[in-house]
Write a protein that binds this ligand. Structure first.
Ligand code: VAH
Length: 320
């Protein structure tokens, strides 16, 4: 691996980017991690803690200019429109998801940079085995988000095999975090429920009881990204994209876990047809043995430990 990492993060203001940026700055040095976004302004924390620039990822020249200016050799492309929001504007979902990726692939090829682009459980569809979803299986997603994720996996593998671009990727479950709220995702309920509980508000859950989904706490997601990108390439049989799992639960299970600490918390159901249809097409839980065998994936958080940390961190954040 290249010893001196010069990193560019595209989409640094999003749910993953806003935490991946400081995480990578701690590892590689603040001056070596350039944060960029074009949809949301960078938070003061990100722009004050290291270099930043404005990049429209659907403009290849923007990316190339930044890679040249900062001598980048590792790109994290987090540009995406999440599942439910993309269903309302499929063209935008495609233009951002694939437009940004093809530009990143071409720039990574030209400047010999490695490239990480997250995939998702959204890359699977209703025909995919839902229990113990295999690493290699049928992928016929019925959402534009899923179509962009499968296309992204295929494009990233193609650029590796055809041009030798060092592309790597994981299929993230729903990511739960307490720094930046997610926007427009099907799994967002698993973040919003914690805020409602801390604020002692009734939570109206958009998904039905029994809707099992793979989920992951942000600290584990950040470790997955770095461990994969730092993995010995000779050990990688797969690249785009690894199943990574840590916990699977339905609304009833997370509700019961929160009530252990906030017994007066009330959750009711307020069905969201779009999100329910999407969630029903996704796995109940994935088999992530390939990630564990090929690069040592080993999540640290489960629903219980995540709940304790989320409630504590949100109470501090909301000063309650
Ligand atoms: C979404 N949070 O719900 C994203 C993610 C696996 C889910 O891709 O769209």
């Amino acid at each position: 691996m290249i010893n001196r990492k010069k990193v560019l993060i595209i989409g640094a203001s999003g749910q993953i980017g806003s935490e991946l940026t400081p995480f990578l700055r701690n590892i590689y040095g603040a001056d070596n991690v350039i944060a960029s976004d074009c949809i949301f302004p960078l938070t003061s924390g990100l722009s004050e803690s290291g270099p930043s620039c404005k990049i429209d990822a659907t403009n290849a020249q923007d990316i190339a200019d930044a890679v040249k200016k900062y001598d980048i050799n590792m790109i994290f492309n987090l540009a995406a429109i999440l599942s439910a929001k993309a269903e309302a504007n499929p063209r935008l979902g495609w233009n951002v998801g694939i437009g940004a990726l093809i530009n990143c692939l071409e720039v990574a090829k030209e400047f010999n940079a490695s490239l990480f682009t997250p995939s998702s459980i959204g890359a699977f569809g209703p025909e995919t085995p839902h229990d113990g979803t295999p690493q290699d299986t049928i992928q016929r997603p019925k959402t534009i988000y899923g179509v962009t994720k499968v296309t992204g996996e295929l494009l990233s593998d193609y650029y590796f095999k055809r041009f030798g671009v060092d592309t790597r990727s994981v299929r993230f479950p729903g990511i739960i975090s307490n720094v930046t709220l997610p926007g427009g995702g099907t799994t967002d309920y698993a973040v919003e429920i914690y805020y409602a509980a801390v604020k002692n508000e009734t939570f109206y859950c958009p998904l039905k009881a029994g809707t099992l989904l793979d989920m992951m706490y942000m600290p584990d997601a950040l470790n997955a990204v770095v461990e994969l990108m730092e993995a010995n390439p000779d050990k990688l049989i797969h690249r785009n994209s690894f199943n990574v799992a840590s916990m699977s639960f339905d609304p009833e299970k997370i509700y019961a876990e929160i009530k252990k600490y906030l017994p007066n918390f009330v959750m009711e159901y307020k069905h969201d047809e779009v999100r329910q249809t999407i969630a029903d097409s996704w796995p109940n839980y994935m088999d992530d043995s390939c990630a564990r065998n090929e690069w040592g994936w080993n999540p640290q958080f489960n629903l219980s430990s995540m709940t304790i940390d989320m409630l504590e961190k949100i109470k501090i954040k909301l000063e309650l």
